[in-house]
Design a binder for this molecule. Sequence first.
Ligand SMILES: NC(=O)c1ccc[n+]([C@@H]2O[C@H](COP(=O)([O-])OP(=O)(O)OC[C@H]3O[C@@H](n4cnc5c(N)ncnc54)[C@H](OP(=O)(O)O)[C@@H]3O)[C@@H](O)[C@H]2O)c1
Length: 333
Amino acid sequence: MLGATGYAGGELLRLLAGHSVLEPVFLGARAGEGREVADVHPHLAGAYASRRFDPLDGGLPEEARLAFLALPSGEAAKLVPSLLEQVEHVVDLSADFRLRDPEDYPRWYGFSHPAPTLLASAVYGLPELAGRALAGARLVAVPGCYATAAALALAPLVASGLVERSGIVVDAASGVSGAGREAKVESLYGSVAEDFRAYGLLRHRHTPEMQQTIGAELLFTPHLAPMSRGILATCYARAVPGCTTETVAGELSRVYDDSRFVAVSAQPPSTKATAGTNMALLDGMVDERTGWAVVLSALDNLGKGAAGQALQCANLVLGLPEETGLTCVGVAP
Ligand SMILES: NC(=O)c1ccc[n+]([C@@H]2O[C@H](COP(=O)([O-])OP(=O)(O)OC[C@H]3O[C@@H](n4cnc5c(N)ncnc54)[C@H](OP(=O)(O)O)[C@@H]3O)[C@@H](O)[C@H]2O)c1
C-alpha cells in the first residue's frame, strides 16, 4: 500500500487486519516513513504492533501482487505506470484514473495527466454498476466518495428512463475526514464544530465524475458537516410522467436486489448507521405534487466511499468473494 499514513490508508489497514487472504507487505509513507503504525494510527495498535511505515520510494517487495494507492490526486498518476510493471494489479483510490477524457484533468484538477493512455483501460470500480469488468482488471480507479453516493442513487433511474437527463441536482454533506488528515484551517475543530457550510460551489471536482457515471448533466453542491465520517446525498431529478414512488423504489430494489452492500428501504437513511461499514443506504420517492424524484443516499466516506470499496474491488479483481474482510454491520448507538 502507498499512502498508508492517511485516513483512507489507515481505514484500509483496519480492514486488511481482518482479511483472510490479503496481507499488507509494504506500508509506504512520505513524511511518516519510519514511524510506528500505532504512533500514527493508535486504533490499529492491536493489529500492527511495532510495525513501521516504509519509504514510499523504497521499492515493493517481490511478493507484492496488488498495490493499493491512497495518495493525493496528481501524485498517484506519476507512480502507476511503473507500479504496473512491478505488480499484477493496481487499485487507485485517487481521482487520477476515474475520468475518461484527459482534458478533464487540467480543467477540473489543475494538472496535465502524466499517463493519459492508461485512462481508457482503467476500470471504474463501482462494483454494483461495473458488472464483470473488475475480474482480473490491471488498473482500477476507485470512485470518489460523493460520486459513489450520487451514482448509486441516480444511475439506475437515468438508465431506465424514469427521470430526465437534465436538471439533476445533487446536494450532499460530508464529514471532515473527507478532506484527509493533513492539517488545514478549514478542518480545525474551531472551524467545523457547530457549523454547516457549502463549499466548492459550481466547480467541485466530483462533478465530471458524477456526470460520466450517471450519464446526465447535473449541478452538485457539497457541504461540510460537523462529524468525523459520513456522507448524506440528497439527489433530485425530474420524474417522467407516470413515474411514482413505487416505480422509483421498485427500480432501485430491482437493481440492488443481489447487492451485498447497497440496501434500499422506505425510511430516510442516516450516516451514523453506515459508520465503519461498506454499506450504502438508499431511499427513493417521487413527490407527485411537484414532479420531482428524490433519492437519499448515505454511506461512510472512508468505507463504501473509499477503503471499503477499494477492498471490495480488490476482492473482485482477484476472484475472491466480494465481501471478504468487509462488514455490512455498523455500530450503534
Ligand atoms: N478521505 C476520504 O474520505 C476519501 C474518500 C475517497 C477517496 N479519497 C482519496 O484517497 C486519497 C487519500 O486520501 P486521504 O483522505 O487518505 O488523504 P490523507 O489523509 O491526506 O493521506 C494522504 C497520504 O498520501 C501521502 N502523501 C501526501 N502528499 C504526498 C505527496 N506529495 N507525495 C506522496 N505521498 C503523499 C501521505 O503520506 P505522509 O502522511 O507520510 O506524508 C498520506 O499517506 C486521495 O486521493 C483522496 O482523494 C479519500
